[in-house]
Ligand binder design. Structure first.
Ligand code: ZN
Length: 96
């Protein structure tokens, strides 16, 4: 596990980069209520102030981190085409 930093609006947020296998174990423990498919498609999640990112998440990594910061800031998922869309494919706008 590597700890990285990401700055958003002058605040530094830490996120933990986990290898895919470790990430899946964490995911299964944390979200047993999710379907297996959802747990495997998820590339990042947050527990309280802690952000976990799967190491092989490359496409849209920046937006993924911002999405998780959005959760820390109190934003919930939306189906609008913004950062808080649960699917990385639809995170077109860089605003919460
Ligand atoms: Zn989310």
């Amino acid at each position: 596990m590597k700890i990285k930093e990401y700055m958003y609006q002058e605040i530094i947020y830490e996120y933990k980069l986990l290898k895919a296998k470790q990430f899946n174990v964490r995911m299964d423990e944390t979200f047993p209520q999710f379907s297996w498919l959802r747990r495997r498609l998820t590339r990042g999640f947050r527990i309280n102030q802690e952000i976990y990112i799967r190491e092989d998440a490359r496409i849209g990594l920046n937006r993924l981190i911002l999405h998780e910061i959005g959760h820390i800031l109190g934003y919930n998922h939306t189906w609008k085409f913004t950062l808080m869309n649960p699917s990385w494919v639809f995170r077109w706008l860089k605003r919460f």
